[in-house]
Design a protein around this ligand. Structure first.
Ligand SMILES: Cc1cc2nc3c(=O)[nH]c(=O)nc-3n(C[C@H](O)[C@H](O)[C@H](O)COP(=O)(O)O)c2cc1C
Length: 203
């Protein structure tokens, strides 16, 4: 028996498949959709980086990632909220490009809820003394002494909370592409005030 092919026959099937892949990307840390690329606009042009997909809400068309509030991408988004996301699934040969607007959450309820859901190893990321990207003389994690010589407690990692930010993106466009030997397929989904417009495209 051959491998079961995903059902991409109708635009509804495609969108349903996209929602499932994004759900899985959040819940399964081994899934390729767990590691998308987030694109912003920097002072000199596009900026791209891998992030971890922390949340997806279908009704809100919202993707969420976490970052250090002192990171470069925060200033970029504060300047221009347009962002894009790139997902690629090597086995399914599916590429997703999503575009929309991001909001930054550092000290509101949304940020508090997201922080409450983080685990200790993630919290450590926000505990560096200096901001991410600060030049240093020798290789270092940037963690302060209290984190270096013993296993920190969850309470101690609360020190990272002031540096924690959640980025929430509402997307309005999805460009979907699947590579197939029998012929590639591409579709575009765009939401505006009137609702969803969905189209097949020449790949
Ligand atoms: C697999 C992987 C996952 C990453 N996940 C995140 C993440 O969820 N949030 C984050 O801020 N940086 C993450 N990073 C680090 C970023 O790619 C980037 O180096 C860092 O955030 C600084 O980016 P910036 O200077 O553009 O803000 C990840 C890197 C890798 C390789």
């Amino acid at each position: 028996m051959g491998k079961k092919e995903a059902n991409w026959d109708t635009l509804d099937d495609v969108l349903e498949g996209i929602w499932k892949m994004l759900d899985r990307g959040v819940s399964d840390y081994q899934d390729p959709f767990h590691w998308p690329v987030l694109g912003t606009t920097g002072a000199k042009g596009p900026e791209l980086r891998c992030v971890i997909l922390r949340g997806f809400s279908r009704p809100d068309r919202r993707l969420v990632c976490h970052t250090d509030a002192r990171a470069g991408k925060i200033q970029e988004i504060a300047r221009l909220s347009n962002v894009s996301w790139l997902f690629y699934h090597p086995k399914k040969k599916v590429q997703l490009r999503l575009a929309g607007h991001a909001t930054l959450h550092t000290d509101d309820d949304f940020a508090d809820r997201q922080w409450a859901g983080t685990r200790l190893p993630s919290r450590l990321l926000y505990c560096t003394t200096e901001p991410p990207g600060t030049p240093i003389d020798s290789p270092s994690s940037g963690w302060p002494d209290f984190l270096l010589h013993k296993a920190p407690t969850l309470f101690e990692t609360e020190k990272g909370r002031p540096h924690f930010a959640a980025i929430a993106c509402r997307f309005d466009v999805i460009d979907w592409l699947v590579l197939k030997l029998s012929g590639n397929r591409r579709a575009r989904f765009e939401w505006d005030e009137t609702g969803l417009n969905a189209n097949w495209l020449i790949p």
